[in-house]
Write a protein that binds this ligand. Structure first.
Ligand code: NDP
Length: 237
């Protein structure tokens, strides 16, 4: 299915997975708006009013929103007993509430057009548990559940909702995770990286471009309600 000329909004599209996705959508002919706190149209996805204004600015530039990629996210780790309320709230606010606010803002355009594509970015931590990331894990499980609910609610309106679940991916977020684990465990960054790669689907760190490929494939397809693990365990680099 062609997405040429369609308006796609990518949250957190200034770097990492979001940037790779915005670039690929553009190469497929979409008109792309990026929303983040520091690049593209400025907006914090946790703030209802900022989301409303940012999406309005995107519409003024590129027309009604046909494709939404909820990619903006943050990750922090700590033992559960050392996870304070502010950390919990921050992670849920960006990863889960931000996804809800942006989806609610874009849906009326898609309903009016009878066509829409929503692709959310969760994580393998949205499908299974891991130590020291309870808040992140809860937020990403929430994103998976939210996506399936949206898929069910809008299945008869020409709107699909799917979620990609990447393993560790080579971005600034991974750089911060590596530095954090290295500082806490005394392991070298290389050892830590190898350890994380072994626990990843396919046994290696993913490239942002291959996560972007999965996101764009879902935006161009007709499937709905899928949770897709990336990189696929059977695909080599
Ligand atoms: P980066 O930290 O490289 O990029 C995150 C993006 O989100 C930035 O563009 C950032 O822009 C934006 N962002 C963060 N907070 C907000 C906010 N409150 N409002 C608007 N934008 C915001 O991360 P990645 O590219 O690695 O991650 C992208 C997504 O992929 C996230 O949802 C992450 O959880 C998920 N993911 C990443 C994995 C990895 O190993 N890298 C693995 C699995 C999932 P700015 O700071 O300018 O607002």
């Amino acid at each position: 299915m062609s997405i040429a000329g369609k308006h796609a909004v990518v949250t957190g599209g200034g770097r990492g997975i979001g940037r790779a996705t915005a670039d690929l959508l553009e190469r497929r002919g979409a008109r792309v708006s990026v929303v983040s706190r520091s690049a593209g149209v400025r907006g914090d996805v946790t703030d209802e009013e900022q989301v409303r204004k940012a999406f309005e600015e995107c519409r003024e530039a590129n027309g009604p929103i046909a494709i939404l990629v909820n990619n903006a996210g943050i990750a922090e780790s700590a033992a559960l007993t050392r996870t304070d309320r502010a950390t919990w709230d921050r992670i849920i606010a960006v990863n889960l509430t931000g996804t809800f606010l942006c989806t609610r803002e874009a849906l009326p355009d898609m309903i009016a057009a009878g066509w829409g594509r929503i692709v959310n970015v969760a994580s393998v931590a949205g499908l299974e548990g891991a130590p020291y990331i309870a808040a992140y894990c809860a937020s990403k499980h929430g994103v998976v559940g939210f996506t399936k609910a949206v898929a069910a609610e809008y299945a008869d309106k020409g709107i699909t909702a799917n979620v990609v679940c990447p393993g560790y991916t080579d971005t600034e977020m991974l750089g911060r995770t590596l530095a954090n684990i290295t500082a806490k465990t005394g392991r070298s960054e290389r050892e830590t990286s190898e350890l994380l790669a072994r626990g990843n689907p396919a046994g290696r760190i993913a490239a942002p471009e291959e996560v972007a490929e999965a996101i764009v494939a879902l935006a161009m397809g007709a499937q709905t309600g899928l949770a897709l693990v990336v990189p696929h365990p059977e695909r080599s680099a």
